[in-house]
Design a protein around this ligand. Structure first.
Ligand SMILES: [Zn+2]
Length: 89
């Protein structure tokens, strides 16, 4: 269902009227009503901004829990890697 709204009036007090030509007008100011899109551009931008802040946090949190569950895969404490670094000296 396509919803219409008046861009100038308070959305709480809006009511629709049919003009003499047959198109919908605002009952308060008489301005032509504008179609309300299903997804607005502002919502998409807000979703991208919010996800760019939250997704790395969630990603880091998942890896934190994974490392807590199996601490054997701690590569910094791997002794074979220490030998490779020491060899050229
Ligand atoms: Zn209006």
């Amino acid at each position: 269902m396509v919803r219409y709204y008046c861009p100038y009036c308070n959305p709480k007090y809006q009511f629709q009227k049919h003009s003499s030509k047959g198109n919908l007008i605002c009952g308060l100011c008489g301005e032509d009503l504008v179609k309300k899109p299903f997804i607005r551009l502002n919502q998409i931008i807000a979703l991208v901004a919010a996800s760019s802040l939250l997704l790395p946090l969630i990603y880091a949190f998942i890896f934190l829990i994974k490392n807590q569950l199996n601490p054997n895969k701690n590569y910094q404490a791997n002794s074979s890697l220490m030998i490779v670094i020491k060899d050229p000296i």
